[in-house]
Design a protein around this ligand. Structure first.
Ligand code: SAH
Ligand code: SF4
Ligand code: F3S
Length: 435
């Protein structure tokens, strides 16, 4: 009765959290297994950010219930953001046995022992900083470190402040320790995670450590350790952070700076707390200080009352920035958010899809142009593994977070090599190793 299978959906933070849950379970005598069929307990770590994310999980739970026919003792648990949002209703409607919110993981073993257990209490302090997570489904090269939890920005469309609770930062010492530990195990690419990493603050015996100082401490562990971070809220990105990225070769030249919309009216309504002009100034500063920096974004199409002019303004801004990549979504109303309470979800579904598709098509062109600009250049690539399509090829990433495919040769995962780019698609670079 001790085999546990953990399945993870949603953001990178959920992946980091699944590692924490895994570690707590191991300490309680449970064994982590790789398939739902071997499991006595199936835990699904869930995302509530959009309706389609939730629908997928309801379907998955429904399918898993059939495993109970062969194994009547099987328990199914929901963790994470859907657990926090839907609480007991998951027991009543989806017939799950365990519901544990993001701050309840220390009690996960006790919850498994009970039948029909719901624990969704949010905490102001919990950071799990003393727990060194297990790396689940790892490639042995890239890992995530959660540096803070929660979010208090209350963007009007977003459910995260309700599912993750108050913002709190983990001690810098525990973060550096985890990074050192990962480096010693062979990891070479670490992403520091928070909903808004620029508001990281930790009081170290009276001295305040901010994100720029934290990332510098992690970068100093070893020049062979690449450091990335996500997500930066544009309102809080500091000149000091831009300086640190410029100064350290191993702090990756890649900033994910989600803009959401290119219209000031929409940004105001979303409660993003910046204007298009302010955002452009930040981009200019990044370009000036870090000329080879890649920039990506998140865009929401069809937010409440978005006009065709607002939509065009988003596309104009995308072209102006010339984003290297983007995550693009159509607006999905989330119950309980300020937008759901205050603004009608008044853009028709087909129109949202049409605008989203326009945005996706534009980004595909921008990504292709960005990749074409790399042809003929030489990049340092960290090898991450074998290409899935062709066993004779390896793949890795550049500092700019672009995937590069090249011939295998003698090289191994975890090594850095210099690759000259010869060809590309909108998603991938193809190159040749330099001798
Ligand atoms: N903290 C990060 C975002 C986390 S959620 C930030 O502020 O940038 C990831 C992305 O999901 C958001 O950037 C947004 O683009 C999208 N998103 C969030 N809520 C959404 C909703 N209700 N509908 C559609 N997309 C949404
Ligand atoms: Fe959501 Fe805004 Fe917080 Fe990001 S910053 S998690 S979009 S509320
Ligand atoms: Fe989803 Fe929760 Fe992350 S809603 S995006 S899993 S913080």
């Amino acid at each position: 009765m001790k085999n546990v299978y953990i399945e993870t959906y949603g953001c990178q933070m959920n992946q980091a959290d699944s590692g924490i849950v895994g570690k707590i379970l191991q300490e309680n005598g449970y064994i982590l297994v790789n398939s739902d069929r071997q499991a006595d307990v199936i835990l699904i770590n869930t995302c509530a950010v959009r309706d389609n994310a939730e629908r997928r999980i309801h379907n998955r739970v429904h399918d898993l219930q059939s495993l109970k026919k062969n194994n009547p003792h099987l328990k199914i648990g929901i963790l994470g953001c859907m657990a926090e949002r839907l609480k007991e209703s998951l027991v009543n409607e989806d017939k799950v046995d365990i519901v544990a919110g993001p701050d309840s993981y220390r009690r996960i073993a006790a919850l498994i022992r009970e039948s029909f257990a719901v624990d969704v209490e949010l905490s102001k302090e919990e950071t799990y900083e003393d727990i060194i997570p297990v790396e689940i489904n790892t490639d042995g090269i890239s890992a995530f470190i959660s540096i803070m939890r929660g979010c208090e920005n209350f963007c009007t469309y977003c459910v995260v402040p309700y599912t993750r609770g108050r913002e709190r930062s983990r001690s810098s010492e525990s973060i550096v320790k985890q990074a050192v530990n990962l480096f010693e195990q062979g990891y070479r690419d670490i992403t520091l995670l928070g909903q808004n990493v620029n508001s990281y603050r930790y009081n170290d015996n009276g001295r305040e450590i901010d994100f720029a100082e934290l990332i510098e401490s992690v970068a100093q562990i070893n020049p062979l350790l690449r450091v990335r971070f996500a997500t930066s809220h544009p309102k809080d990105i500091s000149d000091r952070l831009i300086d640190v990225i410029a100064r350290y070769d191993n702090v990756c030249k890649y900033i994910h700076l989600p803009v959401q919309s290119g219209s000031d009216r929409m940004l105001e309504k979303m409660n993003r707390k910046y204007t298009v002009e302010y955002y452009k100034e930040k981009i200019n500063k990044i370009r000036e200080k870090i000329p080879d920096c890649a920039i990506s974004t998140d865009i929401i199409a069809g937010f409440c009352s978005e006009t065709l002019d607002d939509h065009k303004a988003t596309m104009e801004l995308m072209k102006w920035v010339a984003y290297d990549s983007a995550y693009m979504f159509k607006y999905s109303e989330r119950p309980g958010t300020l937008a759901a309470k205050k603004y009608p979800d008044d853009i028709a579904e087909e129109e949202k899809i049409r605008r989203l598709n326009e945005i996706i098509d534009l980004q595909r062109e921008l990504s292709l142009e960005s990749n074409r600009r790399d042809i003929g250049k030489v990049f340092e690539v960290l090898i991450e593994g074998e290409s899935k399509r062709d066993k004779n090829k390896l793949f890795g990433r550049t500092s700019q977070n672009k995937v590069v495919i090249f011939d295998k040769g003698e090289n191994r995962k975890g090594e850095y090599i210099k690759v000259e780019i010869g060809d590309c698609t909108s998603a991938t670079l193809f190159g040749k190793k330099l001798l």
